[in-house]
Design a protein around this ligand. Structure first.
Ligand SMILES: N[C@@H](CCC(=O)N[C@@H](CS)C(=O)NCC(=O)O)C(=O)O
Length: 212
């Protein structure tokens, strides 16, 4: 029986894009509930009732609310195992998770909207804020490139798309937005390979109904 899936997100949110990619890879249809982060819609009382952290995405599955994009992707992977986002042995899965977490836990939180607002409030002008974001992203992606340096392509970990690719491509969108370099090792080639797939191309920010 098919589930009713409602994705609360925002077109330009990279964490929302992760979930859109995972949904597309699993061939799942979903309804969109957009929240404009620029006007603070993520902090309305009705949205905070869904997601007390006041961030997108949230995925509502038959009335059950799921938060945190990686947890959502893993839930989708467990409930719809094909194609697997975490294939291989325990060791291989640990490497994929480590790469994904390097982005989700180390890069993205430091260049998130509310953190950039704090950097601005501490006195940085727009150029300074962008430099902060770009530096965080460049340092992180340089390390990510090393994590996959010895792996076969075309994707992060071989011939199958994994959770690592699901996290990487949206982060590269943020790299472009803040003018960060990402010409590290295999990173540009991995992005090019992913963007040939409809699951990545059709879920891109500019192609969402709430994009302006
Ligand atoms: N770790 C969270 C991060 C969620 C997150 O920070 N989302 C951003 C958009 S990419 C957001 O909603 N920011 C709103 C804000 O900072 O006020 C996840 O992966 O779901």
């Amino acid at each position: 029986m098919s589930q009713e899936l409602v994705l609360h997100g925002y077109w330009r949110s990279s964490a929302s894009w992760r979930v859109r990619i995972a949904l597309a890879l699993k061939g799942l249809a979903w309804d969109s509930a957009p929240h404009d982060l620029r006007t603070g819609e993520q902090r309305t009382a009705s949205y905070l009732a869904l997601n007390p952290q006041g961030v997108v995405p949230s995925l509502v599955v038959d009335g059950e609310v799921l938060t945190q994009s990686m947890a959502i992707c893993e839930y989708l992977d467990e409930t719809h195992p094909e194609p697997p986002l975490l294939p291989g042995t325990a060791l291989e899965r640990a490497r994929i998770r480590a790469f994904a977490q390097a982005i989700a836990c180390e890069i993205h939180p430091l260049q998130n909207l509310r953190v950039l607002k704090m950097v601005r409030a501490l006195g940085q002008d727009e150029a300074g804020v962008n430099r902060w974001a770009a530096e965080v992203i460049e340092r992180g992606l340089e390390a990510c490139a090393q994590l996959v340096a010895g792996q076969d392509g075309p994707y992060c970990f071989g011939a199958q798309v994994t959770l690592a690719d699901v996290l990487l491509v949206p982060q590269l969108g943020n790299a472009r937005r803040y003018g960060a370099r990402f010409d590290f090792g295999r990173i540009p080639a991995i992005e090019a390979a992913c963007m040939e797939l409809p699951a990545f191309a059709e879920t891109a920010p500019a192609r969402q109904s709430d994009a302006d």
